[in-house]
Design a protein around this ligand. Sequence first.
Ligand code: BDP
Length: 698
Amino acid sequence: MLLRSLLLVLLCVGAHLQGYADDGYRLWLKYDQLADAKLRATWQAQARGIAVEGSSATLQTAARELQLGLQGLLGRPVPVAASGGKGYIQLRVAADPALGKEGYRVVSEKNGLTVTGPSEAAVLYGCFALLRHVQTGQLPTKLNLTSQPRVQYRMLNHWDNPNGTVERGYAGSSIWKWQELPEVIDPRYQDYARANASIGINGVVLNNVNASARYLTDEYVRKVAAVAGVLRPYGIRVYLSVLWAAPRVIGGLPTADPLDPKVKAWWMARTNEIYKAIPDFGGFLVKANSEGEPGPQDYGRTHADGANMLAQSLGTHDGIVMWRAFVYKAGSGDRFKQAYEDFQPLDGKFADKVLVQVKNGPIDFQAREPFHPLFGAMPRTPLVLEVQLTQEYLGFATHLVYLGPLIKECLEADTYAQGKGSTVAKVVDGSLEKHSISAIAGVANIGSDRNWTGHPVGQANWYAYGRLAWDHTLSSEGIADEWTRMTLSREPAAVTAITQVLNQSRNIYVRYTTPLGLHHIMGQNLHYGPEPWLAQSARPDWTAVYYHKADAEGLGFNRTATGSNALALYAPGARQVWMNSTTCPLNYLLWFHHVPWTQQLSTGRTLWNELTTRYYTGADSVLWMQRQWEQAKPALDPALYTDVAARLRVQHREALWWRDACVLYFQSVSKQPLPPGLPAPTRPLTEIKEQVDIYQLR
Ligand code: BDP
């Protein structure tokens, strides 16, 4: 008997020391016991219980999450009560004009910690901030965590279809099980809500921008209402992408002309029905007259006509319309300029509830783009910044690419719209042009995979997006550090090794795929792997040669006054930075200039030598990433370590693929020898082309 008990104890201890295989499901909300006993004891004294004033669903949710987190982290029960004495954490809604609607305060007071905010959601955010503080191993002394979001609508956009597929999704299928809804509520919806609320996301678009009209039917509205019911206590509202042609497709009308009274009445009636089922419905996202989607231009109307009609259909409901500016017509000049040409003249013509949603760059979520010229150019229209978290052009779920730096780079870019310091962030948060509404959107990278994002480090991109949506002044490095501590390990050497990888990963990816400002040279349709030789497609602006313009003389797209003159779309201060090919920052050089192969760059190398050097050093850097990851091994869950290590091996193989494909192809045009010291690829271009064909399933 004694022996059996002893064995049992040993088994339990063993299991505890090893931890259970970490399948990534818990994301950064890991509430494993703090290893440091002193730290635990200090917090235990501050968290004898939780006292919550009020019984609303959101406050109860906040208390439950705090309880769950603290019990795990501190390793002992933390009761929740209506009131409590010394050492109880008080949760309270309290008016505080300095905090806006959603800001929180977590402070140490005489009797213990208090978490307050002007709304229930604010208190929930405060609880997550407190948990983050404990999780990252910080002390409670003189606690004063105060923060409020800089952007009002912080959106996560799904590109999910009714049949469960996810457009450009690389982490399994959709998490939304439409066929089972509204009766079956997958418990995963709640964990999804927790994750989003923990980083401050307060709105989700449930379906693809290439929308099915189905979502507007009564049948689907009931399903959407069921999801909204799960998300509501977490301060999250639901939104829908709409198909512009819905009045024809499901409404039985002969037209979807926004100025047609019957069309207007149809939208108004549909909207009212939606609000009956979902009183806090957030509104609509629209992709119109883009990539074959229908839109108001089909009837000779403008984007503003369409957006305003839809805004009108919202009536007095508290909803908004996010109208996407991602448009480019076949055969009408430099694609870089087209969204600008369509939308800029409409500035001032949009109704109050309309925001125009603009991708971070002018082409399409490339690994590095200059900021979109519409930022700063539509002062009378609130603009939503849209970034892509799913790695469509960044190696899917195979390549480790932390997107914090990419998002930050765009937010910090200076539009010079109102002189120096007119950053994209200030345009987006509304402060530059004094807008009363502001929004930011991230295209989700999650799916039904157990670990949500396929690549375990993809979770960092969801996390970083949310944190930056809340506060764009946070640093990308700080967020990487926070995420690593919460998700992977708090062991200092491991944190350093891993965060170095995260922080460098995007630049490394750019180097081995599209250095010096190359863009859109990826495999056709699938958008994976290199295909710089692609010259034939349904439209010229879907080929690679359209963008890199490699010829015997040089490489790059001339967008100066002697070329497409896209640079003229930027304010003089911004344009100035890129205008001159000898002073243009090298990261943007080929975005704006056609540069002779033999031109000497600021690095002292010729364009050709710099280009090839970047491809080689970029691919080699993946080996450095592997070594760093290996250094962190002792501190990591073994299964997770192995998974990422394997993905890094694929990443290296594919970095070499990119390198060899691009170096050999551009060499076939430049006729330049490789600089001394760089070994020639061992396979011919023909072989690589065949490999690409296999990838593309052609
Ligand atoms: C492109 C994607 C396409 C999307 C489109 C969009 O390839 O699947 O529908 O963006 O944003 O990058 O509408």
